[in-house]
Design a protein around this ligand. Structure first.
Ligand code: 1MF
Length: 180
């Protein structure tokens, strides 16, 4: 993933636990990169190892770290670095979710090594939406919960998020229901 993602993990960890804890996490992860360059694409393995080591060092389940990271991405990383991109994504939660594929397509145009997941929307009602998540990566479902929670929070919406089907149960993609 782009260095921006690893940087965001670093920022999230250091803002809560300080730089010494982050250095310990990098040591446990056996990652010796001093500074992640935002626009450089790193092997996904680096990100997975950092999350695994953070889980070990902080004594928190990696699912919790991934979920927190999903929220952090929407509410801090993307907002601070890509505010206008997000603003163009829409003024309401359902509008934003409908525009997410277009947003990823625009980013992928500029950054050719991006491997964006797809988020397709179906079964819209005035107070719910169904989201279909497909990704070339595995194991990131807890992050999807966090991303969807972050999008809801961005629009000051209290949304309940449930997973209706999952890769884990043999389905060919993940389906989430957002209700508010
Ligand atoms: O392949 C990638 O490197 C990659 C990186 C980040 C792919 C996707 C993303 C963003 N995505 C992270 C979860 C990926 C899970 C998966 O692969 O199964 C979150 C997508 C998302 C969901 C809900 C709401 C908002 C979301 O993101 C908006 C967004 C998406 C991408 C970027 C910014 C905001 C982005 C911009 C520039 C990037 C990388 C990602 O790369 C840079 C950064 C700085 C300089 C040059 C390139």
């Amino acid at each position: 993933m782009y260095g921006m993602v690893n940087r965001a993990v670093e920022e999230m960890v250091t803002s809560h636990f300080g730089n010494d804890t982050w250095l310990e996490i990098k040591r446990v992860a056996e990652v010796d990169t001093e500074v992640f360059v935002s626009l450089e694409a790193y092997p996904d393995d680096v990100t997975y190892r950092l999350v695994g080591a953070a889980s070990e060092v902080l004594g928190l389940p990696s699912e919790q770290i991934l979920e927190e990271f999903g929220q952090y991405w929407v509410l801090h990383t993307a907002r601070d670095g890509y505010g206008s991109l997000l603003d163009a994504g829409g003024a309401t939660l359902p509008e934003f979710m409908r525009n997410l594929p277009g947003l990823h397509a625009r980013v992928a145009l500029i950054f050719p090594n991006l491997k964006p997941p797809t988020f397709a929307v179906s079964d819209e009602t005035p107070n719910s939406i169904t989201v279909h998540y497909r990704s070339s990566r595995t194991g990131l479902q807890p992050m999807v919960f966090g991303l969807l929670k972050g999008v809801a929070a961005r629009f000051q919406t209290k949304a309940a998020i449930t997973r209706l089907q999952s890769y884990e149960d043999g389905a060919d993609h993940d389906v989430y229901l957002m209700q508010w």
